[in-house]
Design a protein around this ligand. Structure first.
Ligand code: AMP
Length: 449
């Protein structure tokens, strides 16, 4: 689940605060914005575009998914409007071909009423078209560093007219070892120019880069910059409250979920969810404040060493959890406090690994969830699980989410009242939750959006 590859649709939480009319953008550009369906600027756009249009250097700390591509494309279009010179005037460097392709696509759409031309330059495809673009077919180039250097080494790339440079996802370029390449490219560019740098975090190398190549930059920060949120793919799974456990079981069919931390709000719910998972053939350990020290240590050790694949935890108990290989965090409940969300998802994607954070969102939790999106500064994609029946009625006797005596008794959770038992409970219970006997391959169970 790579954020970079999954554009968000325009969304309500991105629409707060101001309109594009407030921003210094030409009507031709506004028309492109309208046609793309953006109704109002995202926070990073609102806070960077005026300075960027004014030509100021800029450091934006923001993640993919916050609308920062348009935050740098729109000022580029505005500043270069009606200067289709056939020479390279702006250059944006991105770490991956997907981001380059996506940015060029946005550029094409946003700038369709201007005469400016853009081109994406990235590896893995022929050089010919890119060479033509670099030789005079485009004013705005979005490129990955390695491929751009290949072109530069052939001698036909002319950078002397470049006025605007963007370093997108600078910390990811660092991770991918591109920083020396980026420095080489920057050193070939005219000194008189505007430079904008975007990064989800500011590790020392990026700070140095900024120092070396930016002049008196304005710094704008949107959303969390803690390592907690970096590298995490966030996904919301809307589901009625009474189907949460069933959905969780369904999710856990995915074998790529190798080490899953399930967060619930209360100790009682932790016990109940773990019990329900157990009934469905998915063994889970529990950690919460009412467990003895011995139990807690054993649960944590089992999880850390991979003996138990699933650990159901409350927030308090999770504070001390620092498990390297957590592949997924599942928020069974939406936390009431938005910053708890950041803390929870910070349990995955530790040590710069990628991690997925799924949140099961019942209709009554939407408001809390919106607050989380506001805090992190971007909209979390929503998804449904293929094959899961979302419209089953709540069984009357099993009041899942009311009071402490709701769910512990009665038959194990199946697929609806009186329906067939879960597929993996035909007689014997699997000894490990890693695999349900007739589970489809993980790929087929992936959420769709
Ligand atoms: P980005 O962070 O640039 O990858 O953008 C994430 C997604 O948000 C993309 O699908 C954009 O098309 C979309 N987007 C960007 N700006 C806006 C906006 N002002 N309103 C709605 N959607 C937007």
């Amino acid at each position: 689940m790579n954020d970079a590859e999954r554009p968000n649709p325009p969304s309500t939480s991105q629409e707060e605060g101001g309109t594009f009319e407030d921003l210094p953008l030409h009507p031709k550009i506004r028309q492109g914005i309208r046609e793309l369906g953006y109704r109002s600027p995202t926070p990073i756009q609102r806070r960077t575009i005026p300075d960027a249009v004014g030509g100021r250097d800029l450091i934006g700390t923001a993640q993919t998914g916050t609308g920062k591509t348009a935050a740098f494309l729109l000022p580029i279009l505005e500043r270069l409007l009606d200067q289709p010179t056939g020479r390279i005037l702006a250059l944006a460097l991105t770490p991956t071909r997907e981001l380059a392709i996506q940015a060029e696509d946005f550029l094409h759409k946003l700038g369709r009423h201007t005469r400016l031309r853009g081109a994406a330059v990235y590896g893995g495809v022929g050089m010919g078209d890119q060479e033509r673009a670099l030789r005079g077919g485009a004013e705005i180039i979005v490129a990955t560093p390695g491929r751009l250097l290949d072109h530069m080494s052939r001698g036909y790339v002319r950078f002397q007219d470049v006025r605007i440079v963007v370093l997108d996802e600078a910390d990811r370029m660092l991770d991918m070892g591109f920083l020396p390449d980026v420095r080489r490219i920057l050193s070939e560019l005219p000194r008189q120019r505007q430079t904008m740098l975007f990064s989800a975090t500011m590790p020392p190398e990026v700070v140095r880069l900024a120092k070396d190549f930016l002049v008196d930059p304005k710094t704008v920060q949107v959303g969390p910059t803690t390592a907690a949120a970096v590298g995490v793919s966030h996904l919301a799974l809307p589901v009625p409250a009474h189907l949460k456990t069933d959905l969780l079981v369904e999710l856990l069919h995915d074998e790529t979920m190798t080490s899953v931390l399930v967060f619930v709000r209360t100790k009682h719910r932790a016990d109940r969810v773990a019990r329900q998972l157990e009934h469905s053939g998915v063994p889970a350990s529990i950690i919460h404040g009412d467990r003895s020290q011995g139990q807690r240590i054993r649960a944590l050790e089992g999880f850390r060493e991979g003996r138990s694949r699933i650990l159901v935890a409350t927030d308090i108990a999770a504070r001390g959890i620092d498990v390297e290989g957590v592949s997924h965090v599942v928020n069974y409940d939406v936390p009431h406090e938005a910053d708890i969300y950041i803390h929870r998802v910070g349990r995955t994607a530790r040590a710069k690994k990628l991690g997925d954070a799924f949140t099961l969102v019942a209709p009554e939790e939407e408001e809390d969830f919106l607050r989380i999106e506001q805090l992190i500064g971007f909209t979390i994609r929503r998804a449904t699980i293929p094959g899961f029946t979302y419209n089953r009625a709540a069984p009357e006797r099993r009041e899942m989410f009311r009071g402490p005596r709701g769910g512990g008794r009665g038959p194990p959770r199946g697929r609806g009242r009186g329906g067939p038992p879960p597929r993996d409970r035909s007689g014997r219970r699997p000894s490990s939750g890693r695999r349900r006997p007739d589970a489809s391959p993980g790929r087929d169970r992936r959420p769709t959006w």
